[in-house]
Design a protein around this ligand. Structure first.
Ligand code: RIB
Ligand code: CA
Length: 310
């Protein structure tokens, strides 16, 4: 059986949580570590949430490394309107059974990537501050990853509304555009899933019910997270959401569910209304830009994984 030695850098966050639980449900995924960052909620909350999710899954042996308190340059931004103040919408989770590791996430990423060059897949579903710090600490370290799969940015061309945080910027890119720039320029085997991709995988009440019928506590938690997300975006006038972060895990596990093209992508880092906007650029490709997704296949993969959990 193929195995996927994996690192997950995240800011749980409802969709990060579903991603993490899906990874934990897969026997072919060897989750070597979870690293947390500021993002949807402050670092203390995202780190607590990651630990609690591992306890929910009965997987407290997986180490959690806390990372960046804030972005490289700009001021922190959070998303309580989408994920709630605590990051998981107040959906009940067990108290974490294990403490966070003392090692900083950036140092853990450097150590783990250098220990197994060319073997690890790094899923990044939050702002990229930890990845950028790792690259600054050890230039070239991101190239040691077998594959880096990032949820971030948006390359819809011509659409009136590119972003989801500003009219032109997606949250993970906007929350730390300078880190995103470092990662784009690191020369790694980088796969980018922007809003142009994730919006093809819709979140609806029916999809929440689909996960709820799986029946495990983990699946019920994911359904509750989707319902909470839909409640919150409903207050903002949106009736359908997007399943952003779990697409990264699905791409690693079932690339046949996706289409992609080589592209060169850059990010605007000057302050002003374009801050955090990702754009196509001239020159050699620096990413595989993921452009198509099979919504049914992705939900089936997630449901099957959640069925394996308590
Ligand atoms: O724009 C969507 C991204 O921002 C997702 O990763 C979500 O969790 C938030 O972090
Ligand atoms: Ca996220």
């Amino acid at each position: 059986m193929t195995s996927f030695p994996t690192l997950h850098d995240c800011d749980p966050g409802s969709d990060d949580a579903i991603t993490l639980l899906a990874l934990l449900g897969r026997r072919d995924v060897q989750l070597l570590g979870v690293s947390t960052t500021h993002g949807n909620a402050p670092l203390s909350a995202t780190t607590h949430n990651a630990r609690a999710l591992l306890t929910l899954a009965g997987r407290d042996e997986v180490p959690v490394y806390a990372g960046a308190l804030g972005p490289l340059v700009r001021e922190p931004v959070y998303a309580p309107q989408i994920h709630g103040v605590g990051g998981l919408g107040g959906v009940p989770l067990p108290e974490p059974a294990r403490p966070v590791k003392a090692e900083h996430a950036a140092l853990a990423l450097v150590r783990q990537l250098c220990a197994q060059p060319g073997e690890l897949t790094l899923l990044a579903t939050g702002p990229l501050t930890n990845l950028a710090l790792a690259e600054r600490l050890r230039p070239g370290v991101l190239k040691e990853a077998r594959q880096i799969i990032v949820m971030g940015g948006s390359l819809e061309s011509g659409a009136p509304k590119l972003g989801n945080t500003t009219p032109r910027a997606e949250f993970n890119a906007y929350a730390d555009p300078h880190a995103f720039d470092v990662v784009l320029k690191a020369g790694a085997n980088l796969w980018l899933l922007g809003l142009n991709l994730t919006r093809q995988v819709q979140v609806t009440r029916a999809r929440a019910r689909q996960l709820a019928t799986v029946g495990t506590a983990a699946a019920q938690t994911c359904a509750a997270l989707l319902d909470d997300y839909l409640d919150r975006i409903g207050k903002l006038g949106q009736s359908v959401g997007a399943l952003h972060d779990p697409c990264t895990a699905a791409l690693m596990l079932a690339p046949e569910l996706f289409g992609w093209e080589a592209a060169r992508v850059a990010i605007l880092t000057d302050s002003g209304e374009g801050l955090g906007e990702t754009v196509r650029a001239d020159g050699e490709p620096n990413v595989q830009l993921v452009t198509q997704a099979d919504e049914n296949g992705i939900y089936a993969l997630i449901a099957q994984a959640l069925e394996q959990l308590p």
